[in-house]
Write a protein that binds this ligand. Structure first.
Ligand SMILES: *Cc1c(COP(=O)(O)O)cnc(C)c1O
Length: 357
């Protein structure tokens, strides 16, 4: 038998989450964000369940081509645009929508051979994160320049918030973008998952939704989405492969950073940081053993971790362990380890088999 760890991808939950997003943002079209191999879920495993979406957004042209080869005919958006002028051949051939965030890309478009099909552009505004994009003041001029190019079909304004929890930031940008949209009479895409949940006034024409589709919280706090009926899509589970009876003062794992205060039954689970479980998760991080909530003890090893069986004395070798999923939210584990659900999903490693249900 193979090692018992497995990640299960629930297609029904994914479909359901897309319908929740549609209800939250009924007037907008939806870019389902599937970058980073669909946040670790596998593009192959999720794209058919999301077939009701209006488009897929991602970063790499290879992932875009994969979607086309799987039969996806609707729009695909490259969130970071192209990385070299020659990428325009592929953008043309596979009918991709591309972000433009820097002057060199505009020059490349201008100097490129006539494309078979002029392309759709997302013009990125720097809303204050200072990663990609042009500042508000220069947008009008750039927009006019782009729209005049033969290789350009149309131009949509795009923006991304670094702090969608901050109402003042949203309101400030909202005023600026509103002026631009009225002046240019163009469409616009601003909202990520956080804005879809908390700022309906900025949904506009297209929303770009990632984390909500996978059933985790954009804030990193599960309670923030607990009333939305979103369902976790990924369950990471494994089994207990050994049991130890410890006496008072025995220690557990590397660094011996956990010592028993009283006799204790512990279980060894076939899951470690080489599977993508966070090594920084401390003693006390929740897990589910045999349908009972219990806790991690000691330091997570590369291939194993230790759980407290005090509260589940019926547990035995072969007992099922949920690391995250429907009962133990990925956001809870992430918070305990000092990170966010996004990172845990993306960190699942290739040695973990994926089962799609
Ligand atoms: C990743 C990404 C998104 C999706 O963010 P979520 O918080 O997962 O909804 C939206 N827009 C851009 C530009 C992104 O890079």
């Amino acid at each position: 038998m193979s090692r018992p760890i497995i990640a299960t991808i629930n297609q029904k939950a994914l479909k359901h989450n897309l319908s929740v997003v549609k209800n939250l943002s009924p007037k907008s079209k939806i870019w389902s964000v599937v970058k980073a191999n669909a946040y670790g879920h596998g593009i192959n495993n999720i794209c058919f369940s999301l077939s009701d979406t209006d488009g897929f957004a991602l970063l790499s042209i290879d992932e875009a081509i994969l979607l086309r080869e799987l039969g996806w005919k609707k729009p695909i958006l490259l969130l970071e645009g192209f990385f070299h002028p020659n990428d325009l051949y592929l953008i043309d051939r596979y009918c991709l929508t591309t972000t433009i965030h820097s002057q060199w890309q505009i020059t490349a478009l201008e100097n490129f051979l006539p494309l078979n099909n002029p392309i759709r552009i997302y013009l990125k505004i720097n809303s204050g994160m200072n990663r990609l994009g042009f500042d508000f003041k220069s947008i009008q001029k750039i927009w006019k320049k782009l729209i005049s190019l033969k290789n350009v079909y149309d131009v949509t304004l795009m923006m991304h918030f670094g702090n969608a929890g901050n109402r003042n930031e949203i309101i400030h940008s909202f005023k600026n973008i509103q002026k631009l949209i009225i002046g240019l009479n163009c469409s616009c895409s601003i909202s990520n998952s956080a804005c879809v949940l908390w700022h309906p006034e900025v949904h506009y024409d297209w929303v770009r939704v990632g984390i909500l589709l996978y059933g985790a919280s954009p804030s990193g706090n599960w309670v923030d989405i607990s009333n939305t009926n979103l369902q976790p899509v990924m369950t990471l589970s494994s089994k207990i492969i050994a049991i130890q009876k410890l006496k008072i003062g025995d220690s557990i794992g590397y660094g011996c950073n956990y010592q028993t205060q009283k006799p204790k039954l512990i279980g060894i689970v076939a899951c470690g940081y080489a599977d993508g479980y966070p090594r920084h998760a401390p003693t006390g991080t929740p897990l589910l053993v045999d349908n009972k909530i219990t806790q991690l003890l000691g330091t997570v090893s590369m291939d194993m971790m230790t759980v407290d069986l005090t509260y589940c004395p019926q547990a035995d070798i072969g007992s099922n362990v949920e690391l995250w999923g429907n009962h133990i939210k990925i956001d809870q584990v992430a918070k305990s380890a000092g990170t966010i659900g996004y990172e845990l999903m993306c960190s699942l490693t290739s040695r973990v088999p994926i089962r799609v249900i």
